[in-house]
Structure formats: structure tokens, C-alpha cells
Design a protein around this ligand. Structure first.
Ligand SMILES: Cc1ncc(COP(=O)(O)O)c(C=O)c1O
Length: 376
């Protein structure tokens, strides 16, 4: 982000760390969009969409894939396609994006009943809990039809779900005869953190939703990957929920560009996030704390002592600069962050945040934390 200028002509550095969905398509990404060959994708004739779908299927080691406008629609289409019997139930984490932040669309639009298991702080859940909630064959009960998992786990702070647990989860689902869907909105961040091919992380998943418009920097798009017969049925579901797009190659081209050029650079965001985490931890504050080892990817959760400062108040303070602070830091920095819970605020990095902006944000965090410490 370019520095903006305030009314008194003082340069203001604005560092926006609210979300990795704030990215702008780069000039080269836009050029790829302009030059993309197009067709009508509802007829299955858009060569760029076809190329993106093939690319994602190969990347995830699945037979086929389907381009959809958003992560929410990708998860919705996946759940509705897996749960075609009325009275179906999906088992998912109580802190999962599908459960918390997708308006209950699986119930609202698909009549699918959610059954939650408690998410643990690392984004997993207890596999005994999973076995316990699977329904027996009884006419009083819904029918267990699907298990969902999220990787990286957003609310857990972008945590990479441990690979051995994923393998155990896959084995458990196979034993239970249940398909496994992964909300892999940030799967490529997880693959980058583990330094493994994404296909290895989703080996035990039947289907995966992968977002192109989070840290990958595309303006729009998600891809649902899975077995060929499933994707054929998912295409019908996508049409029913209004996701059949026509010359969609113009945006699919941004996705291809993101996979080729932004995905290889995700490690940079993870390294820069550690600079922010170290800045917070290095303060040794009891008011604002974080766990750099728990910050696996591009999301940092900071824990506030709400008796001193609530997450909302911290976000407000980070969005202002006092005259004393500007003099002390030698720059006027505004850092935009989001409150997440009663005690946590969230900072997220992405390809548009520069190392210089991260350093400015780190300096400001140190200053504000010292100020809060001095108040108690
Ligand atoms: C884990 C996860 N899944 C799904 C989504 C939904 O994606 P979209 O905003 O494209 O609908 C998000 C959005 O932030 C997310 O974080």
C-alpha cells in the first residue's frame, strides 16, 4: 500500500492487516486476465476455466475440479452434493468457518443438519468425539453423511492441522464409511508451512475447497476438487445455487496466475508474520501476548488482558497515532487489525504487505504495548 497523505501534509503509512482477502490484482495478474481465451463455461467451453480446473485437480491429486465464485459457495456445493438424502447430517468442528461464518447455508439452503464436535486449539478435534456423534441406524436420528475439516484453521490462528492427525482422521472416516471434505481455503499456506505437496495433505480427503482469493491474491474464485462422478454432480448443484458462470475464464486466469506466481512466495508472508510475532513476544507484556510457535502461517492472534484493554480498544488504538508516538517512532503509522473474540485480535499478512510495512507495524505494536503496560 502506498503511503497516504493527511490533511496537514504529514505522510501517513497505512498498514492494513485485517484480512488476506484485501489483496489487489497485480498488473501482471490483470494482464493475464485480459489475455485469457474465453468461452461459455456453462457449456463447458471456457478453455481458461478448464485449464484452471485441471491444474487444481493435479495439484491436489484428485480426478477433477470445479471453479466456483467463492469459498462459501465451494463448501456449500460440496456439502449439498455429499448430502443428497433428506435428513442428512454433517459432522464438523464447532469453530469451523462452515459452521460459524457461512450463515448456516447448508441448513438454510440444503436442509442439512450440522452436528458439531469441539475444536481443539490446534484446529483438530478428538476422534473419539467423532466416533461418539456418528449416528446409529435408527429412524429417530438424522443420517450421518459427511465429516468436514478445515486446514489451515482460521479461528485457531491459521494453524496447520498436524499431518499424522489428518491421516488418522482419514482412516477413521474410511472405517466409518463417511466421506471427508476439507475446507482448504488456505490449504496452500499449510502445504508451504509443511514444505509438502498439497496432494499429500489431502490424501485422505474425498473433496477439497481451495480459495484463490485469500493469500493467493486473486480477486475472486475457489475450486472444489474431488472424484470425477462427484464433480459431475457438483456441477449440477453449482447451477442450482446460481454459480454457473459464463466467460469465467477472465477470473480463472487470475487463479492460474496466482497458483504459478503467488503460491511459490507464500513462505515470505509466513516469515514476515514471525517478525510481528517476535515483536509482540519480545515486549514480555502481560497485557498483550502471543505465541510465535503457534503462528504457523499468515495469521497472528494476539491475546489481550481485557481488564486492561479489550480487542476492540486495541484495534482502535492501533488505528490512531498520537503526536508523542509520531515523534518517538519518526513516522505516522496506522495499523488496521480486527477483533476476533472477547480476548483476541487478529493480524493477517498477504502478498500486498511489504517488508517495510511489516517493520512499521512491528515498531508501532512495540510502542502501543509499552504504553498499555505503563497504564497498569
Ligand atoms: C476457512 C475459510 N473457509 C471459507 C471461507 C469463505 O470464503 P469466501 O469469503 O470466498 O466465501 C473463508 C473466508 O475467509 C475462510 O477463512
Amino acid at each position: 500500500m502506498a503511503p497516504t497523505t493527511s490533511s496537514d501534509k504529514e505522510a501517513v503509512v497505512v498498514v492494513d492487516l485485517r484480512s488476506d482477502t484485501l489483496t489487489q490484482p497485480s498488473a501482471l495478474m490483470k494482464q493475464a486476465m485480459v489475455e485469457a481465451p474465453l468461452g461459455d463455461d456453462v457449456f463447458g467451453e471456457d478453455p481458461t476455466v478448464i485449464a484452471l480446473q485441471k491444474k487444481v485437480a493435479a495439484l491436489l491429486g484428485k480426478e477433477d475440479a470445479l471453479f466456483v465464485p467463492t469459498g462459501t459457495m465451494s463448501n456449500l456445493v460440496a456439502v449439498l452434493t455429499h448430502c443428497q438424502q433428506r435428513g442428512s447430517e454433517v459432522i464438523l468442528g464447532d469453530q469451523s468457518h462452515i459452521h460459524l461464518y457461512e450463515q448456516g447455508g447448508i441448513s438454510q439452503l440444503g436442509g442439512v443438519h450440522p452436528r458439531t464436535v469441539r475444536n481443539l486449539p490446534d484446529g483438530t478435534f478428538d476422534l473419539h468425539d467423532l466416533r461418539r456423534v456418528v449416528r446409529s441406524d435408527n429412524e429417530h436420528f438424522p443420517v450421518s453423511a459427511l465429516v468436514c475439516v478445515e486446514n489451515t484453521h482460521n479461528v485457531a490462528g491459521g494453524k496447520v492441522v498436524p499431518l499424522d492427525w489428518m491421516d488418522e482422521l482419514g482412516a477413521t472416516c474410511r472405517q466409518l464409511g463417511l466421506p471427508l471434505h476439507m475446507d482448504g481455503a488456505r490449504l496452500l499456506n499449510a502445504a508451504t508451512a509443511l514444505d509438502l505437496p498439497p496432494a499429500r495433505l489431502v490424501r485422505s480427503c474425498t473433496t477439497i475447497s481451495l480459495c484463490l482469493s485469500k493469500g493467493l491474491g486473486a480477486p475472486v474464485g475457489s475450486v472444489l476438487a474431488g472424484p470425477q462422478d462427484f464433480i459431475k454432480r457438483a456441477r449440477r448443484t453449482r447451477k442450482a445455487v446460481g454459480g454457473g458462470m459464463r466467460q469465467a475464464g477472465v477470473v480463472a486466469a487470475a487463479g492460474i496466475f496466482a497458483l504459478d506466481h503467488v503460491y511459490p512466495a507464500l513462505g515470505r508472508d509466513h516469515r514476515l508474520l514471525q517478525e510481528l510475532a517476535q515483536a509482540v513476544e519480545g515486549c514480555g507484556s502481560k497485557v498483550i501476548r502471543c505465541d510465535p510457535r503457534g503462528a504457523h502461517t499468515n495469521i497472528l492472534l494476539v491475546e489481550c488482558d481485557p481488564s486492561v484493554v479489550t480487542p476492540e480498544a486495541l484495534c482502535e488504538r492501533m488505528g490512531q497515532a498520537t503526536p508523542a508516538e509520531v515523534t518517538s517512532l519518526g513516522e505516522h503509522v496506522i495499523v488496521r487489525i480486527l477483533p476476533l473474540t472477547d480476548s483476541k485480535a487478529r493480524l493477517v499478512l498477504h502478498c500486498d504487505v511489504t517488508p517495510g510495512q511489516v517493520q512499521s507495524a512491528a515498531r508501532k505494536l512495540r510502542y502501543v504495548i509499552k504504553e498499555l503496560d505503563s497504564e497498569c
